[in-house]
Design a protein around this ligand. Structure first.
Ligand code: GLN
Length: 465
């Protein structure tokens, strides 16, 4: 499902007028028309997209356009775009339209990116497969008949199906990286506080981050450069200059210390995945004169158990505003099973807390895992791991035990608990199904992580088992 152009080539074409923004947008709208019935990645198309593209074309002609000029962007349905439905793929907010632009969206518009539609997703960003949307599951364009991964399922599938240039997703425990892996695209979860959450419907506000999905590392990097930075609307964002990530990308990563963690190997349900990741990491190390070191990440095997009590409690609290008075319907009366499980679970833990059994213990485990990363990053520059411990299941497979679904995020949740940045790039395929490699770097070290991803992107494509 390779894109016709790389992001850089596309931008060049647009800048030189060889391709107009309107043509670019129309081509994607056409793909959506042809493929969306099957893929179900897009919940809503922006009816003004072509007119907005024509306005951008005028700016390109007079040399006044921004750095995303003419690129077509799809936005996950939990990120507010003025005038477009922000349904969170739930019946609860089915008729809710954005009344303002999220900070990330405002920045995209300021750089002349064109929002062409809103993506399908797991309901309220709860899930790992893209199957919990109230508007039907999304198919995986890179492995038809299988889940695309979640919860930014529609965003990843839209990129993989050639329905947009770049998509925005959100990641609380893996929701950008997990679908990026399964759909064979690039996904970045920024460090906590790097990108403003203003305008993102909270899933778990102390973990949520908005981030990009793209066909190549350049596209994701360009989007990071656009959306990162301090915002007066989100106190968690920090006053730290956003480096020119795209120019740093040119300097290839060299002489790094790469951490790989034996605990991660033990957690890999499908050993072929670990082998593929090890092979690609080995090639990367050889070509960049980097060294692979074994590291210890204590308690990382407890990440899922630490994550869910915190998620349940914060999600329960965050959803109290959906009581049917101001926004849509009462959530408990209109949501699906997974959302209800979290609300009821969160209510129970908040009320009783069973003498510190769940929530406080979870916070302690979170702290220990964070400290483990801090210590590890004294010895290594980056950490490489798989993204998911297993291949995506077939759509429609009945999963009755939620713990099986939760297990998909065993490798991705630790980065959210620690607040560090993590990105996924395709490592190759197993049985024709894409497998993503995860690169983790210390908090606010995106400029270290992105060039590593760009280098790995060069090696990985042809690997298959
Ligand atoms: N699968 C995880 C969960 O359901 C992560 C979701 C996310 O990152 N939004 O909580």
């Amino acid at each position: 499902m390779a894109a016709a152009y790389s992001t850089q080539q596309k931008l060049e074409q647009l800048r030189k007028g060889k391709l107009t923004a309107a043509e670019n947008v129309k081509e994607f709208l056409d793909v959506i028309k042809r493929k969306n019935r099957q893929v179900n990645a897009i919940l809503h198309v922006n009816g003004n997209a072509v007119a907005e593209a024509e306005a951008v074309d005028k700016k390109i002609r007079i040399g006044k356009a921004g750095k995303l000029a003419g690129l077509a962007i799809v936005v996950k349905s939990n990120i507010s775009v003025i005038g477009l439905p922000v349904s969170c793929a739930s019946k609860t907010l089915e008729n809710y339209y954005g009344t303002f632009d999220a900070d990330a969206v405002a920045k995209i518009k300021a750089e002349d990116g064109i929002i062409i539609g809103m993506a399908n997703m797991d309901e309220f960003a709860c899930g790992s497969s893209g199957e919990s949307s109230a508007f039907g599951p999304t198919d995986n364009p890179a492995a038809p008949g299988r889940i695309p991964g979640g919860t930014s399922s529609g965003s990843a599938a839209a990129v993989a199906a050639g329905m947009c240039d770049i998509a925005l997703g959100s990641d609380t425990g893996g929701s950008i990286r997990n679908p990026a892996s399964h759909c064979g695209v690039v996904g970045v979860k920024p460090s906590y506080g790097r990108v403003s959450r203003y305008g993102l419907v909270d899933m778990t506000m102390s973990f949520d981050q908005i981030g990009p999905l793209s066909n190549d590392v350049h596209g994701a990097t360009l989007m990071m450069e656009t959306i990162a930075g301090k915002s007066g609307n989100d106190a968690a964002t920090i006053e730290k200059k956003v480096p020119a990530y795209t120019s740093i990308l040119q300097k290839s990563a060299k002489g790094l210390r790469i951490g790989m963690c034996p605990e991660f190997e033990a957690m890999c349900t499908d050993k072929r995945i670990y082998k593929l990741i090890e092979d690609v990491a080995g090639k990367f190390a050889a070509t960049t004169k980097s060294a692979i070191k074994k590291i210890k990440l204590p308690h990382v095997d407890l990440a899922i158990q630490a994550y869910y009590p915190i998620v349940y409690v914060e999600f329960f609290s965050g959803t109290r505003k959906f009581d049917g008075r101001k926004y849509g319907k009462k959530i408990e009366e209109s949501c699906g099973e997974e959302v209800l499980r979290r609300i009821l679970g969160g209510m129970e833990i908040s009320r009783a807390e069973y003498h510190g059994t769940y929530y406080r213990k979870a916070l302690k485990a979170k702290k220990l895992i964070s400290e483990g990363f801090e210590k590890a990053f004294k010895d290594v520059d980056i950490i490489i791991s798989p993204t998911t411990p297993m291949l995506p299941h077939k759509l429609g497979t009945k999963i009755t035990d939620p713990r099986i679904m939760y297990a998909y995020d065993a490798y991705t949740i630790p980065a959210n608990l620690a607040g560090i940045c993590a990105g996924v790039v395709n490592a190759g395929k197993i049985e024709g199904i894409p497998v993503g490699l995860q690169v983790m770097a210390p908090a606010f070290k995106e400029e270290l992580m992105l060039p590593v991803m760009a280098e790995i992107e060069k090696h990985s494509e042809k690997q298959s088992l």
